[in-house]
Ligand binder design. Structure first.
Ligand SMILES: Nc1ncnc2c1ncn2[C@@H]1O[C@H](COP(=O)(O)OP(=O)(O)O)[C@@H](O)[C@H]1O
Ligand SMILES: Nc1ccn([C@@H]2O[C@H](COP(=O)(O)OP(=O)(O)O)[C@@H](O)[C@H]2O)c(=O)n1
Length: 953
């Protein structure tokens, strides 16, 4: 990339002092005497133009906080992490100069913030609003948690104040036209940046935390992910181009670096650049603003970038710092316009800016703001189902949806010029057949962002890869129409681990007999004339969209309806659309489908509309049949978009395919695991002959979870669970069903049962304090899945909302993970087993029995009263769900209680009375176990009251 010399270090501030706006949310001059505010920084790593900080400065003391929350940081590339660390260091320095500091704390934001609020008795928490789905959920979690925080002496919980940095001066940002043309007609004035806030720090001693290094952060993030997640993330480190070259065997010849996620390299000393290529700006707010001043004045810089594309320089240089909020969009706009005025004696020409750099900067921030507004105002196509979510990919806003709670994952990818809504009549239908369906509007289309970059098939494949890794989180059946089919085939070629099967619906891409590799062109430039070509094409498409669309729907032209036409026209007027169209002239689809899908044929379904006006379907089908006989080909009577033209015919084809592909997959898995088992069995056989006795001893030693009385039984269960009729099963247990890792002693397990609100959690806290057991609350583990948006998160949320029981497999696996990763040997498992199925699953997977089962017996009306007063912001603590929970508890938990009663392990405790009184009845139960006494923090006397505790043994 040819970059001209941007001054490394702007020696003096070129920017003038400017008149600064007053923040709308903080125009009142009244201060909140004696009160403390927490300002939670996320993607607003600056002091300058920070409305939240300004509003918070009305409090007597302000604590600026940055939470090192894995859910947020794990979505950053290594480069972004590095940039964030540099910005945090600078932010801390700036705050220190003002006599304040930046607090850095690790953990989930809700816990960190609630703890801090309690510690400093804060009255308010200020936080910038978000549009990204996963961040909105984090914010929601914090809000709910704060609703349950009551500080003694305060009548109400601390308030959470959401703030924005409005780019436009508008009364409402949520009621704006969805068309860029219409929006521009409003001529909304652009708001001015607000001045940096001045505020005081709290007087008390606080732990401010230390700044992590990049390695610290990487290790911290790695810890939270399982092996598969870490492997997947690793996969995302290499660019599509690099993987492609590797797959094609050309890597040695090419000295190229990954395109997207290269490491930043050394920060260039005394400069605003953070890359040795000098193509990314980083640092604190002051550094970035100075770099901006330099950029604007260095007009030759942008003209140098003309080689790539006019206007592209700005986002390349400043995009990452804008995404981290080190500088605000409106500050950039303000600086650019001030410079333009400076050049022209205070005059702004109505015919455009005199400096290309000013146009590049203002166009970029206006475009970013436009897509932010579209994200903020995202509609729901259908109020009930297709709620649009936002995902940020490398700083760009991408729209997607997910529907369905169970079954295999399916990804739907649209074609050129279309958007996720093109699957309007497929999503629900496929989801209703027990699938979980994700649909995405890829970068450059629909209401997803259209940045000024070079669009290539590899860029789109990378986008899909990252969507699979970050959002879907598991391999999926990938369906693609038109160019979307090509992207999916490319993904299967480059990252086969992400793709379970491929469904090509009138896919772009050739089928070439006797294909031999041609060198792939590495330099991706916009071909000469592409810009003009794209403009003409856009004009032509806008003029003919209705007709062109109808041509694509020859059998059912009514489906090419106003909804599609209007949305296509709307998108065609979005900023940046011409650049997307230019890609048509630069695509490289030279790798044919039969080459990309070699080895994947059995996992490929081709749905071909035989009346496609765009390609020659007869020829394509004939070639596919000849060259890829293992592919399943369904010819249908439709045009280029059969999924939308005849959904009633295409949906069942896709659903049946998924069922078949999933069962094939399982067969394959079974085959490979039984092969593995046979292999292991062979080895074990040999081994057994040699050392049978020794092995048995080892087996016994390796099975701490097997209590002495049931050792042989459990081993047999383990063996039969593996369908291996041998008793040396310990070494060949499937990884997901393995028993706990070897530790010297079998752990002590207590199950804590009781209806909702019976006080299980409260008593567990006291037991932990006194006897040092590790507390595992099944409900908390499930809620954590929801908060972390794991693959089961949505499903769990829906069940908990309805008071229903989550499938045992899910809950037990969560408990298993905790047990295995803990150093403790004494566990208090709270809210489990809720059902006989829970109990059996625990025995099957964990292969252990509890030592003690506590049952807190509480009358229903008391439980209802407590739950409705619990006030922890739990979604299920309302009267409607509570009624359902009680019903389910009575129906399903009673048999479990009876089971343990019969086994003589049940201790029933009357749960009415004060917390301490009830605990007095818990104490003697635990005191009677020698292994618990070792770590008991007190030496409690037994106050066992026969009427209150009943041991059924
Ligand atoms: N003995 C008690 N008397 C009155 N309120 C209680 C008692 N024990 C717990 N609570 C309150 O009742 C609510 C439910 O208790 P919790 O321990 O969360 O129940 P569970 O874990 O059984 O759902 C909480 O708000 C808790 O503070
Ligand atoms: N073993 C379990 C425990 C909880 N849950 C779910 O989690 C919800 C809350 O459980 P919890 O133990 O946190 O709360 P309480 O119902 O005890 O107050 C239950 O209503 C179930 O929906 C489950 O499905 N299986």
């Amino acid at each position: 990339m040819a970059l001209l010399a941007l001054p490394h270090l702007i020696p003096h501030r070129l920017r003038r002092n400017h008149r600064r706006n007053q923040c709308r949310c903080c125009s009142s001059s009244a201060t909140n005497e004696g009160s403390t505010a927490v300002v939670w920084f996320k993607h607003d790593l600056r002091v300058d133009d920070h409305p939240g900080l300004l509003a918070a400065s009305k409090h007597s003391a302000v604590i600026p906080l940055y939470v090192l929350d894995r859910r947020i940081l794990s979505r950053y590339t290594t480069d972004t992490l590095e940039l964030a660390i540099i910005a945090l260091e600078d932010l801390r320095k700036t705050l220190k100069k003002q006599g304040s500091n930046l607090m850095l704390r690790y953990g989930n934001a809700e816990n960190v913030i609630a703890d801090l609020v309690k510690e400093v008795r804060a009255h308010s928490v200020f936080v910038e609003e978000e549009v990204e789905y996963h961040l909105c959920n984090v914010l929601d979690g914090v809000k709910k948690k704060l609703e349950g925080v009551y500080l003694s002496g305060e009548g109400k919980p601390p308030r959470i104040v959401f703030w924005q940095t409005p780019f436009y001066e508008s009364q409402s940002l949520t009621d704006l036209p969805q068309s860029w043309e219409e929006f521009k007609k409003l001529k909304l004035p652009i708001s001015l940046p607000v001045p940096a806030a001045r505020f005081s720090s709290p007087g008390s001693e606080l732990q401010w935390g230390s700044l992590p290094t990049l390695d610290d952060l990487k290790d911290y993030l790695k810890e939270s992910l399982c092996e598969k997640e870490n492997n997947w993330r690793e996969m995302a480190q290499a660019s599509a181009e690099r993987v492609l070259m590797e797959r094609l065997g050309n890597l040695k010849e090419s000295s190229m670096e990954p395109i997207v996620d290269g490491s930043l390299g050394k920060k260039v000393d005394n400069s605003a650049f953070v890359t040795s290529k000098r193509d990314t700006v980083g640092g604190g707010n002051e550094t970035v603003l100075n770099a901006l001043a330099g950029y604007l004045r260095c007009i030759s810089y942008e003209s140098g970038m003309l080689l790539i594309r006019p206007g592209a320089s700005f986002f390349k240089l400043f995009g990452p710092v804008l995404c981290l909020g080190i500088v605000s969009r409106r500050s950039v706009h303000y600086e650019a316009i001030e410079y333009e005025k400076e050049r022209n004696a205070g005059f702004i020409s109505p015919f455009g800016y005199s400096a290309a750099t000013v146009s590049a900067a203002t166009d970029t921030v206006r475009s970013m703001e436009w897509y932010y507004l579209l994200a903020l105002n995202r509609e729901r196509i259908d109020e009930k189902r297709l709620a649009i979510r936002i995902w940020r990919w490398k700083g760009y806003l991408i729209q997607y949806t997910v529907v369905g709670n169970e079954g295999p994952a399916v990804l739907l990818v649209h074609g050129f010029g279309a958007f996720l809504e093109h699957y309007r009549d497929n999503v629900d239908n496929i989801a209703n057949s027990k699938n979980r369906v994700w649909t995405i509007t890829v970068l450059g289309f629909g209401k997803s962002e259209k940045p000024n970059i070079i669009y290539t098939e590899l860029l789109w494949a990378e986008l899909l890869r990252d969507f699979m890794i970050e959002v879907v989180g598991e391999p999926a059946h990938c369906v693609g129409n038109s160019i979307g089919g090509y992207f999916v085939a490319l993904m299967a070629f480059l990252w086969p681990a992400l793709v379970k099967s491929v469904v090509l619906v009138n896919s772009a891409g050739n089928v070439v007999p006797g294909y031999s590799l041609l060198p792939i062109s590495r330099e991706r430039r916009v071909p000469f004339g592409a810009q003009l070509g794209a403009r003409l094409l856009l004009f032509f498409l806008q003029f003919n969209v209705k007709k062109l669309l109808k041509d694509c729907y020859p059998v059912n032209p009514a489906r090419a309806d106003d909804f599609l036409v209007t949305e296509m026209l709307r998108a065609s007027r979005d900023p940046g659309v011409v650049m997307v169209l230019e890609s048509i002239f630069g695509f490289d689809l030279s790798l044919p489908l039969n080459y990309l899908l070699k080895g994947f044929e059995e996992k490929t379904l081709v749905i071909q509309g035989m009346k496609d006006p765009i390609s020659d379907p007869q020829k394509k089908v004939a070639l596919l049949k000849e060259l890829c006989p293992a592919m399943v080909i369904k010819q249908v009577n439709a045009g280029h978009c059969p999924h939308d033209e005849i959904p009633e015919e295409v949906n069942p084809i896709i659903c049946e395919w998924i069922v078949k592909a999933t069962s094939d997959d399982q067969e394959e898995l079974k085959a490979s695991s039984s092969q593995q088992i046979c292999h292991i069995k062979e080895i074990a056989d040999k081994w057994r002959k040699k050392t049978t006795k020794k092995m048995w001893r080892r087996v016994a030693l390796l099975s701490p979870m097997i209590s002495s009385s049931s050792r042989s039984l459990t081993l047999n269960q383990a063996a039969s669970g593996l369908k291996v009729g041998e008793s040396f099963a310990t070494d060949i247990i499937k990884p997901e069903e393995r028993i706990l890792p070897p530790k010297e002693k079998a752990p002590f397990i207590t199950f804590v049962l009781g209806g909702p609100g019976s006080g299980k959690g409260t008593q567990c806290e006291k037991i932990v304090e006194t006897f040092g057991l590790q507390h595992l609350s099944a409900g908390d583990l499930l809620r954590r899945e929801i908060a972390m948006h794991t693959e089961n998160g949505d499903m769990i949320l829906n069940l908990i909302k309805d008071g229903k029981i989550v499938p045992s497999e899910v809950t037990v696996k969560l408990i298993q993970k905790e047990l295995e990763s803990s150093d403790s040997r004494k566990f208090l498992i709270d809210g489990f087993p809720r059902t006989e199925e829970n109990r059996v699953a625990f025995e099957r997977i964990i292969r252990a029995d509890p030592d003690v089962v506590l049952f807190f017996d509480c009358p229903e009306e008391e439980m209802v009263k407590r739950v409705l007063n619990r006030n922890q912001g739990r979604i299920d603590d309302n009267i409607t769900t509570m009624k359902k929970r009680l019903k389910i508890f009575n129906a399903l938990n009673r048999p479990v209680i009876d089971y343990y009663k019969n086994k003589g392990k049940l201790y029933t405790i009357n749960a009415v009375g004060t917390v301490d009184d009830i605990f007095q009845h818990v104490l003697p139960i635990f005191n009677s176990f020698e292994q618990l006494k070792e770590s008991s923090h007190v030496n409690p006397q037994s106050h066992l009251g026969p009427s209150l505790v009943e041991n059924s043994s």
